[in-house]
Structures are given as structure tokens and as C-alpha cells.
Design a protein around this ligand. Structure first.
Ligand code: KG4
Ligand code: ZN
Length: 369
């Protein structure tokens, strides 16, 4: 086996949805716990460009990535204090995501790899999220992973790089998508998660009795479409909604989502069979930035004797540091990709479960699915 060079310094590129991002990350494989340094991380949000349309417009997203990515890569390099000879590899999100944007990022990475003679790592965006807690400290495999974002809501057993087994997934909307749709119904602006959480702080979570879809049912799947519809009906029934009504509805909705996530995760904890005696739990993805949801999951972990890990807040939502880290980890194991690696709109972390054991037909998916 080839000796592992350490440290490894990798450029990461993320363009799968509405953030154009680049980052330089250094992985010290030879140091205790595989220390990770984020030398730079630039994230340019396109949220203002999509705001007039009430959601992410794929064509606008792709064009905006084209307009901004080169300058953002350059900035990431300058802010890291390094130059090309000190970079060991280039990683880019190769899916899943909006295909136009994914192609922009992957083609840029291929161009850099070719021009600079660097290895290319075509990274699954979901693996980036799965590894993102390591940007804050060591979290060795195996662990039970709750991946909750705008496009995904899944429970997986994370066994190693590229080795994931899905225990449950959503049969309709993702949790972040439910936050975004709730914010839209209530006229709170996008992204919906932070807006709903902010309003919920002043609200009474017990005022509205909203449904908890699939709670108590066998298995580890999720459903959020009915909850979103219940928010719509409840809102429509309010004659002239006050600020307090909206705050109460946000808090009641957030509590319902937290209850469902806790219920489904507790079932997955019972099903999780790690290859060692350690029981680790990781929550990642944009919704992991929600402090009420984090707290409830931490309580569940304490109750079920699982250790709890989550990315530092700033690495919960989409960023390129997690892509650079996934690339560096792959590079350290010799997992590099050819220059004709494909951009993929859909790319399940556990392809076998996704195709051979669907517990349902794929439902409607959000912009990030
Ligand atoms: O991971 P991410 O940036 O993109 C995907 O890969 O999907 O997640 C974005 C999602 C959005 O739906 C956003 O509303 C949600 O994460 N989100 C939150 C919070 N911050 C972001 N949801 C609940 N509470 C938050 N504080
Ligand atoms: Zn994401």
C-alpha cells in the first residue's frame, strides 16, 4: 500500500445549489485524530438573485456560478496564504444537485487539475455533509448519521469513506424544505430555516397542535408534506394573523419537526449495529444549525448512551470546506477520479438501498434534491 503523505492540502469547490464556494483545507493524517485546518473558506450566496422568484432558479444559479467561481477560487487561494505548488489536489461536488451548477464546479476543477497536474476528487455532496463534523474535531467511523438539509432527510449508518447504509429516508419533502415552505406560507423570506427559528424564539410551541407524520410507526422513514399542509390550513384559519400568531405557529411547527426527528432517530439507534462497541451519533446538513433540534437530539443521545457530534454552526449549511475535506480524505486513501468523471443530478450515498429496497416511490423533491 502506498505511503500516506501528510499533511495533504486540498482545494474544494461547491456549486450544487445556490452557494458558490471554494475552500482550502489541510488534513494532518499523521497527527492525533487526523487534525483538520480550514485555511480559507469563501461562500457567496445567490439568495438575492433568486429572491424575486420565491425559490432557486436552476438556470440563474448555473450562470451565476459561471460568473463568480473563478474569482472565488482565486480568493480562497490568496486568503489561505498559499500558491498552487503547495496544493496537493482539487475536489469538487460532482452531485447530487442542480446539474448546471454541478457541471460548472466540476469542469472548473477538471480544468485546474489538468493545468496544474493535480489529482481530481469528484465528491458526493452528501459525503461532504457526512464528514463535516470533522471540521470541528475528530469523529471516527462508524457512526449513525442523520443528514437533514434542504434536499435530503436520511438516516444512515456511516461505516467508512464511500461506505454508507441507509436506514431511512423521506417519502416526500426534506426537513429543510418543510422549513422553507413554512417560511414561504408565513411570508418570512428565504432561506426559511433561520427565519422560522428566529420567530419561534418568541412563540408558544404548544399553542397549535400540528401533526407528527409517521411518529411511532415502524421503520425510520420520514414524511413532512402533511405537516406543511397543516401549517397552511392553520395559517389560513387565522383571521388577521398577528406577529404573535406567526411566532406561535413557527414554534409549534419547529417542535413538530423536532419530535419527528427524535422519534425516527430513536428507532434508527435501536437498529444501528456498529462494527465496534462505540455508539456515535452525528447530525449534519443545514437543519443541524437549528438549536432546538440540536438540543433535542443531544438529549436523545444522552438517554440512549450515544455520543453526540454536529458540525460547528458555520459548517452546517453548504460550504466548500466540507468538500475539500472529503477530497483530502479520499486522496489520502488513493481514491482519486479520472478527468471524465460524471456530473450527476442524483447520486445516493447508498446506491444499493436506493434502488433495491425502496420503501416508497420517490416523492416530490426540493431544489436541492
Ligand atoms: O445543507 P444545506 O445548506 O443545503 C442542502 O444541501 O440542502 O441546507 C439548507 C437547508 C434549507 O432548507 C434551510 O432552510 C435549512 O437548511 N436551515 C435551517 C436552519 N438553517 C438552515 N433549518 C432550520 N433551522 C435553521 N437554523
Ligand atoms: Zn448541502
Amino acid at each position: 500500500m502506498q505511503a500516506i503523505q501528510s499533511p495533504l492540502t486540498v482545494l474544494g469547490i461547491e456549486t450544487s445549489c445556490d452557494e458558490t464556494a471554494a475552500s482550502i483545507v489541510r488534513l494532518h493524517r499523521d497527527q492525533p485524530d487526523g487534525r483538520v485546518e480550514v485555511l480559507s473558506s469563501i461562500i457567496a450566496s445567490q439568495v438575492d438573485e433568486h429572491a424575486p422568484y420565491g425559490g432557486v432558479v436552476p438556470e440563474i444559479a448555473a450562470r451565476s456560478h459561471v460568473d463568480h467561481l473563478d474569482a472565488i477560487v482565486k480568493r480562497a487561494l490568496v486568503e489561505s496564504g498559499l500558491d498552487w505548488p503547495q496544493i496537493d489536489g482539487v475536489a469538487a461536488t460532482a452531485g447530487p444537485g442542480l446539474i448546471g451548477g454541478v457541471m460548472v464546479g466540476l469542469m472548473t476543477a477538471k480544468g485546474i487539475a489538468l493545468a496544474r497536474g493535480l489529482p481530481l476528487m469528484a465528491v458526493n455532496h452528501l459525503e461532504g455533509h457526512a464528514l463535516s463534523p470533522r471540521l470541528g474535531g475528530a469523529v471516527p467511523f462508524p457512526y449513525l448519521l442523520l443528514l437533514v438539509s434542504g434536499g435530503h432527510c436520511q438516516l444512515l449508518s456511516a461505516n467508512g469513506l464511500g461506505d454508507y447504509h441507509r436506514l431511512g429516508t423521506t417519502i416526500d419533502d426534506a426537513a429543510g424544505e418543510a422549513f422553507d415552505k413554512t417560511a414561504k406560507i408565513l411570508g418570512l423570506g428565504q432561506p426559511g430555516g433561520p427565519a422560522v427559528e428566529a420567530h419561534a424564539r418568541n412563540g408558544d410551541a404548544f399553542r397549535f397542535n400540528l401533526p407528527r407524520p409517521l411518529k411511532g410507526r415502524p421503520g425510520c422513514d420520514f414524511s413532512f408534506a402533511g405537516l406543511k399542509t397543516a401549517v397552511l390550513r392553520t395559517f389560513e384559519a387565522l383571521a388577521q394573523p398577528s406577529e404573535q400568531d406567526i411566532a406561535d405557529l413557527c414554534a409549534s411547527f419547529q417542535l413538530a419537526v423536532a419530535d419527528v426527528l427524535v422519534d425516527r432517530t430513536s428507532r434508527a439507534m435501536a437498529a444501528f449495529q456498529p462494527s465496534n462497541t462505540l455508539h456515535r451519533f452525528v447530525v449534519a446538513g443545514g437543519v443541524a444549525a437549528n438549536s432546538v433540534i440540536r438540543e433535542r437530539l443531544e438529549q436523545l443521545c444522552a438517554h440512549n448512551r450515544f455520543s453526540f457530534s454536529a458540525p460547528p454552526m458555520k459548517w452546517c449549511t453548504d460550504n466548500a470546506a466540507m468538500i475539500a475535506l472529503a477530497g483530502a480524505e479520499r486522496l489520502s486513501l488513493g481514491m482519486v477520479d479520472p478527468l471524465d468523471a460524471l456530473a450527476r443530478p442524483r447520486w445516493p450515498l447508498d446506491a444499493a438501498s436506493a434502488s433495491s429496497t425502496p420503501s416508497h416511490k420517490p416523492g416530490r423533491k426540493g431544489a436541492k434534491a
